[in-house]
Ligand binder design. Structure first.
Ligand code: ADP
Length: 502
């Protein structure tokens, strides 16, 4: 493991941001929590405090929702043209790009991921998402619809639909891709003309707060985007239950997703979109090009330390190549250099928190207790920072917790298969349906499987390929609705049917 002695010292720009308690953004102003409370954010590589952040609660959510409602109904926002909304989104993308290095560093310090990854993935993907959504702002169109009205013979009508913003949107995001998740949420909301109250995850609120500074710099009208950091049970729950929020968009665990649905139903039946957990099957056939499938399977689970809802955590390999695939993925796992994300040699950083470390280690223990075996890894790495060894299980059974439940860490179960029919039912034998992948040289087989797999994303001979233009979301208990692509925009708009008697 790379030494954590090379602790990073922030430069003057980041120091400015980290050295004072970070306030929240409400109505275009930076304000402290009504309670005056702050909470500490830790660097997961060192377990040391990184920054203090205003702790939002019900009262702050109340103020933020009021500001978002005012901005939605009065002020300049409703009158801003689609073209101007597009320009504002593009401007935000430009500012983010100009500050790429600072955002990548913040993300690494706060979340733990390697800086080399944040630089090429998290920040550029967020920039691209804002640009993609900027283009859509001028293309939110309705239809003209010929109608017949059987009970009004001879009458003539002209009917058309309008697509209107859904209104004030509460957005609750997780800690695994803090900036990118903020972009996935804020982008379509602004493109369609909604206003936003965003609650970042309590573990990683910093990049969203810094993004708030750019939103002011880009001259968005006050109240269009409000950012309230705080805890899930308090600030998050208040947002989900608020009667004046028109929609809540949530990314996180399936368990909390169900609570969000309950809160939305019990308050005002606000619209809900959810991007939840996963237990994605990654299927390697004997006829696959193993030179790409093996590193692909390793990256499918170890990228972002396995903290991806779409992580390829069930690796099915056809019997005739099973040993070779397991050996190959194990060799890849052994090569991965663990260390603090700021170290340029680091390939895998720490998990995000003590809670995640405990959770992932207890899953590993449960796998061992139920009779599974580790080929590589199997425990915490070091004793400072929340590092876990990349771990591969074999000898599993479908009933084991490590096969059924989402671990959200660098832990994969390798499972052999022989019957091509059986693999479809094994792969689909999960409450989740977020993603799946197939590795084969047989084109027909690949496409047939793509149809049979019950998942919102299917990758063929690749994994973790994301693009702002591609919809992402889950079947079954992996969620409701889609993010990104034009599919996301539909879920930020209401359709209004207008009929004129001619
Ligand atoms: P994880 O278990 O991976 O931390 P969670 O689903 O708990 O994922 O958290 C994702 C987001 O949901 C975070 O922003 C968190 O604060 C928020 N959250 C957690 N519990 C609730 C809740 N009861 N109501 C609303 N938001 C919540």
């Amino acid at each position: 493991m790379a030494s954590s002695a090379d602790t990073f010292k922030p430069g003057p720009k980041l120091n400015r941001f980290l050295s004072r308690p970070r306030p929240m953004l409400i109505g275009g102003k930076w304000v402290l929590a009504q309670s005056g409370k702050t909470f500490e954010v830790l660097n997961p590589a060192t377990e040391e405090p990184l920054a203090a952040v205003a702790e939002g609660d019900r009262e702050d959510i109340e103020l933020a929702v009021r500001a978002a409602r005012r901005a939605f109904e009065s002020g300049p926002w409703p009158r801003i043209t689609p073209s101007e909304r597009g320009k504002l989104l593009w401007k935000l993308a430009d500012l983010l790009e100009q500050n790429l290095e600072e955002f990548a560093t913040l993300e690494t310090l706060d979340n733990g991921k390697p800086l080399t990854v944040a630089r090429v993935a998290d920040v550029p993907l967020a920039v691209d998402l804002f640009r993609y959504m900027a283009g859509w702002a001028t293309k939110i169109e309705g239809n003209t619809i010929p109608i017949s009205v059987p009970y009004a013979p001879g009458a003539e009508f002209f009917s058309y639909t309008l697509r209107e913003p859904v209104g004030v949107v509460g957005q609750i995001i997780p800690w695994n891709f803090p900036l990118l998740m903020a972009a996935w949420k804020i982008g379509p909301a602004l493109a369609t003309g909604c206003t936003v109250v965003l609650k970042p995850a309590e573990q990683t609120p910093l990049s969203a707060l810094r993004l708030g500074e750019l939103i002011l710099e880009a001259s968005y009208p006050p109240g269009v985007v409000n950012i309230v950091p705080g805890f899930g049970e308090t600030a998050g729950a208040a947002l989900a239950a608020h009667p004046d929020v028109d929609k809540v968009a949530f990314t996180g665990s399936t368990e909390v997703g169900k609570q969000i649905v309950k809160a939305a139903g019990a308050s005002n039946l606000k619209k809900v979109t959810l991007e939840l957990g996963g237990k994605s099957p990654n299927i390697v056939y004997g006829d696959a090009d193993l030179k790409t499938a093996i590193p692909g399977a390793a990256s499918a689970i170890f990228f972002n330390h396995g903290q991806c809802c779409c992580a390829g955590s069930r690796l099915y390999a056809e019997k005739n190549v099973f040993d070779k695939v397991v050996e190959g993925v194990a060799a890849e796992a052994k090569k991965i250099r663990l260390g603090p994300g700021m170290n340029p040699k680091t390939e895998m950083g720490p998990l995000v928190s003590q809670e995640q470390l405990t959770r992932v280690c207890s899953y590993i223990e449960s796998g061992l207790a139920e009779g599974a075996k580790t080929v590589v890894g199997g425990k915490r790495a070091g004793n400072r920072g929340y590092f876990v060894e990349p771990t591969i299980f074999v000898n599993t059974r479908p009933t084991m917790k490590v096969i059924r439940e989402e671990i959200f860490g660098p832990v994969v179960a390798a499972i052999p298969f022989s019957d091509p029919e059986e693999i479809v039912s094994s792969a689909n034998n999960t409450v989740y349906g977020l993603a799946a992948a197939v590795w084969t040289r047989d084109v027909s087989k690949a496409h047939r499987l793509a149809r049979q797999l019950r998942a919102g994303t299917v990758w063929i001979n690749c994994f973790n390929i994301f693009d702002a233009a591609l919809p992402f979301g889950g079947y079954k208990q992996s969620g409701w609705g889609r993010e990104m692509g034009h599919a996301a925009l539909e879920l930020y708009t209401e359709v209004k049917a207008v009929t004129v008697r001619l």
